[in-house]
Design a protein around this ligand. Structure first.
Ligand code: ADP
Length: 430
C-alpha cells in the first residue's frame, strides 16, 4: 500500500452509499462506524419503493431483486451528489452494489462474482473447476419426483436451496426416506411468496451435496485487488451434524493448530479467486477433516447478524470501519485483532410459537465476561425454527482472556435466560 498521510486519510469529504434490507440486523453498526469516521452516508434500502423519502432520512428506495433499476436510482442520485464508495450489507444488495460500483468506476467485485456467491450451485461449479476440494454435488428441479433421485444419491447428503442464507432450508438426509421428506420440505419453503418474489431464478432448484464430516470454522477477511487479508477466524464449537444446521456459538481466536489455520486462509484465498472476488469483505465457512480443508460457502459480505460486535482491531477499530475505509479507498493501517478472546451466541429458538418474554437478563449479564445481551425478537413475534425459519432470538456477547473462558461464559449466560414461547399471541399492554 502507498504510505498513509493525514491528507490521504481524510474521510470527511467522502460520501458512502450503504445498501441494506430492512430485515438485516447490522445496518446501525455500519451507520455508527461511518459517523465515527466523519463520512457522509446515504442509504439505499428496499423499505418502500412507492413513496419518495418516506422515512425522511434521504434514503434511496430500491428493490434489490431488480438490480438494474436499483442502479438507475443510484446513478440518478450520484449525478447531483457524488458517491465515493458503496458497501452492501448482507447478501441481497451485493449485485446492485457491484453493478453500481462498475458504473461509478469504483473498485468492487464484478457483478458476475457476487452473483456466483449468491448461487450455491454456481459456486460449487466454479470451485470445482478451479481444482478446490468440493463434495460431490448435483442440482435438481423441485418439479422432479424425489423418488427418482433418492436411489441415486450418496448418503449422508445435504439438500439445500440455491440462494437462501442462515441455513434456511438446509437439511441433512441419511437415507432415501429422509431425502424424499427433505426434498418435499425444501420445495414447500421455496414456494413461500416472500422467497418467490426475491429469488425468481433459483427458487425452483435444490442442490444436493455429499455430507462433509468435520469441525466447522468461519473466516472473516477483506480482499484488496484480489489479495485476501486475514481479519479473524472463529471456532464454531457446537456440533453441526444436522439434520438442521443452527448456528449458535462463534468464538475467536480459533483454537485450531496454526498449520490448519493457515490451510483455512489459503483455501479461502483460492476460493475467492475461483469465484472471481477481488474487493471487500468475505465471510467463508469451512470444514476440516482428515482429507483436508473444504469450503462450505464463501459470501461476498461481512459476518451477519450483530456478530461483528465481537471484533475489535488495532486501537479499537470495528470491522465496519475497516470495510468502510476500504470501500472509500483508504486502507486501515492495523488490522490485527485485539489480544482478548471474544465470542457471540446467536440465541436459538427453543421451539415454535409466539415470543412472549425473556427472564434472567440481569443474572445472565452478571456472568463474568459477558459484555452485552441483545434480544432482537419482539413480543408477539412468530418464531419459526429451522429449516423453515431463519432468525434468532438475540445475541449474547462475551470477551475475556481465553477462548475457553469466553465459550463457558456464553454457555453459562445462556442457561440463565428463560424464554416464554406460547402457542398464542401475547397481550401487549397499550
Ligand atoms: P447458508 O448459506 O444458508 O448458511 P450453507 O451452504 O452455508 O447455507 O449451509 C449451512 C450450514 O449447513 C453450514 O454452515 C454447514 O454447517 C451445513 N452444511 C452445508 N453443506 C454441507 C455439506 N455439504 N456437508 C456438511 N455440512 C454442510
Amino acid at each position: 500500500m502507498p504510505s498513509q498521510t493525514p491528507e490521504s486519510n481524510s474521510l470527511s469529504h467522502k460520501r458512502l452509499l450503504l445498501l441494506f434490507t430492512t430485515t438485516g440486523y447490522n445496518a446501525q453498526d455500519f451507520a455508527e462506524a461511518a459517523k465515527k469516521l466523519g463520512v457522509e452516508v446515504v442509504y439505499g434500502t428496499d423499505r418502500c419503493h412507492v413513496l419518495d423519502d418516506p422515512w425522511r432520512d434521504g434514503a434511496i428506495p430500491m428493490r434489490f431483486s431488480s438490480p438494474a433499476k436499483a442502479v438507475d436510482a443510484i446513478l440518478r442520485y450520484g449525478r447531483t451528489k457524488p458517491i465515493h464508495g458503496v458497501v452492501a450489507i448482507g447478501d441481497k444488495p451485493t449485485v446492485a452494489a457491484a453493478l453500481a460500483s462498475r458504473k461509478l468506476n469504483l473498485p468492487h467485485n464484478s457483478p458476475e462474482s457476487v452473483e456466483a456467491c449468491r448461487n450455491k450451485y454456481l459456486s460449487r461449479q466454479l470451485l470445482k473447476r478451479a481444482g478446490l476440494p468440493v463434495p460431490g454435488f448435483a442440482c435438481y428441479s423441485t418439479d422432479l419426483d424425489s423418488c427418482h433421485i433418492s436411489g441415486r444419491v450418496k448418503y449422508p447428503c445435504v439438500l439445500k436451496p440455491l440462494s437462501l442464507s442462515a441455513s434456511q432450508g438446509v437439511i441433512r438426509a441419511n437415507n432415501p426416506d429422509e431425502f424424499e421428506e427433505a426434498f418435499r420440505r425444501i420445495g414447500k419453503i421455496l414456494k413461500n411468496p416472500a422467497i418467490q418474489v426475491s429469488r425468481e431464478r433459483t427458487n425452483k432448484q435444490i442442490l444436493v451435496e455429499d455430507y462433509v464430516e468435520g469441525k466447522e470454522f468461519a473466516l472473516e477477511g477483506i480482499l484488496s485487488r484480489g489479495r485476501l487479508r486475514f481479519l479473524a477466524l472463529f471456532d464454531k464449537p457446537d456440533p453441526l451434524h444436522g439434520p438442521f444446521f443452527e448456528e449458535t456459538l462463534y468464538i475467536t481466536p480459533s483454537r485450531l493448530a496454526a498449520p490448519s489455520q493457515e490451510a483455512i486462509l489459503n483455501c479461502s484465498q483460492s476460493a475467492a479467486q475461483a469465484l472471481g472476488l477481488r474487493e471487500g469483505p468475505i465471510h467463508a465457512e469451512l470444514r476440516i477433516n482428515r482429507y483436508g480443508t473444504w469450503i462450505i460457502e464463501v459470501a461476498a459480505r461481512s459476518i451477519g447478524g450483530l456478530c461483528s460486535r465481537t471484533l475489535r482491531f488495532g486501537t479499537g477499530i470495528s470491522l465496519e470501519e475497516i470495510i468502510i475505509r476500504h470501500a472509500l479507498g483508504i486502507e486501515t493501517i492495523s488490522e490485527v485483532r485485539e489480544k482478548n478472546a471474544a465470542g457471540v451466541m446467536m440465541i436459538p429458538f427453543p421451539g415454535s410459537g409466539y415470543f412472549h418474554e425473556v427472564a434472567g437478563i440481569e443474572q445472565a449479564s452478571k456472568v463474568k465476561g459477558i459484555e452485552e445481551i441483545t434480544i432482537t425478537a419482539k413480543p408477539g413475534q412468530k418464531l419459526i425454527p429451522l429449516p423453515e425459519g431463519s432468525s434468532y432470538l438475540g445475541f449474547i456477547f462475551a470477551r475475556g482472556s481465553s477462548s475457553q473462558f469466553v465459550e463457558e461464559a456464553l454457555r453459562r449466560a445462556h442457561q440463565k435466560l428463560k424464554f416464554t414461547i406460547r402457542p398464542e399471541l401475547p397481550v401487549i399492554p397499550s
